[in-house]
Design a binder for this molecule. Structure first.
Ligand code: PMV
Length: 313
């Protein structure tokens, strides 16, 4: 007996942070970068998380609330009203930690999927999404739910908190260069800092959140009609709003500028900010120049993904 499940990384294209305040956001899966969970028969139930340097048995009688892997297992077993099966589940992930690519949600999704299969009950995307959202609270405190949703459904989404998800159509494929500043940053802290700003100066911050909401609506229209020349300027406007929310960093700003100088049509930070990744809109002719420039500017990892219809299908 052996079961393998996986889940992709993700990128937020537009609307991070404002999405916490009920504004819309757009996110796409990165199907080439994945977390995998493989289950094999064993004497005891255990999880081996090589990349996280962890091997542990799980006692689900104790309510495990502070460990994402243990909580994932606990919630699946509780949902299915079943005991832990005698399996060893090995988790591997190609997704860098704490860099805005959704590694935590992808690992939880892969683990929950594999465990469901082992137990003879393949969890639906709806069930999985609810479980992984609960686990996300460990990483984020008050997550909007966008990360778990785009990762579980593995489709480009237009997302508003607590509303049904909308899958968006990609009229014309576009390449995105993704560069990691190498600075790990806590989304929980950046979300908390934006919350403090909002509490101190609600009117000013509300204007920024409203502007981000308008940018997201325009971006959706651009993506769905293929008028891609309008997408780059929208990314730059969204980045400027995120700077005002204090979630950019000098390295993120530097990489955004380097990408533009190398021919990107637009660029912005992606995810919680203060470090982690930025994304740059390239054309198929400019990918190499932008990748080289970002490497040269100190990005620790640079790769390109093409956002296209296949991610919808
Ligand atoms: O840091 P990431 O990529 O997991 O993104 C978090 C996105 C935020 O909007 C900042 C928070 C949230 O819960 O939506």
């Amino acid at each position: 007996m052996s079961f393998t499940s996986s889940a992709p990384a993700k990128i937020i294209l537009f609307g991070e942070h404002a999405v916490v305040y009920d504004k819309p956001a757009i996110a796409v899966p990165v199907s080439s970068l994945r977390a995998t969970a493989s289950a094999e028969e064993s004497n005891i139930f255990q999880i081996i998380a090589k990349d996280l340097d962890r091997v542990f048995p799980i006692d689900i009688r104790s309510q495990v609330v502070d460990d994402a892997l243990a909580l994932t297992v606990y919630l699946v077993l509780q949902h299915l009203k079943l005991a832990p099966p005698p399996v060893s589940i090995t988790i591997q992930s190609q997704i860098p930690l704490a860099s805005g690519l959704g590694s935590g949600a992808a690992v939880s999704t892969a683990l929950a999927r594999a465990l469901g299969k082992v137990l003879g009950h393949e969890l639906s995307d709806f069930e999985l999404n609810q479980i992984v959202y609960e686990v996300e609270k460990i990483h984020h405190g008050t997550p909007s739910g966008i990360d778990n949703t785009v990762i579980v459904y593995e489709k480009p989404i237009y997302f508003i908190r607590s509303k049904p998800i909308e899958i968006i159509d990609i009229a014309k494929a576009f390449p995105l260069v993704i560069a990691d500043t190498g600075q790990q940053a806590s989304t929980r802290i950046s979300v908390g800092d934006v919350r403090k700003l909002y509490e101190n100066t609600p009117n000013e911050i509300q204007l920024i959140l409203d502007e981000i909401g308008q940018i997201v609506e325009q971006a959706r229209e651009v993506i769905e009609t293929g008028a891609l020349e309008r997408l780059g300027p929208l990314m730059l406007r969204n980045h400027a709003c995120l700077q005002q929310l204090t979630v950019s960093s000098s390295q993120l700003d530097h990489l955004v500028q380097v990408a533009i100088d190398a021919g990107a049509l637009g660029a912005k930070l992606s995810g919680g900010g203060r470090g982690g990744n930025m994304i740059a809109l390239a054309t198929f002719d400019t990918i190499n120049a932008i990748e080289d420039a970002l490497h040269h500017a100190g990005a620790v990892r640079v790769f390109t993904t093409v956002v296209d219809k296949q991610q919808v299908g």
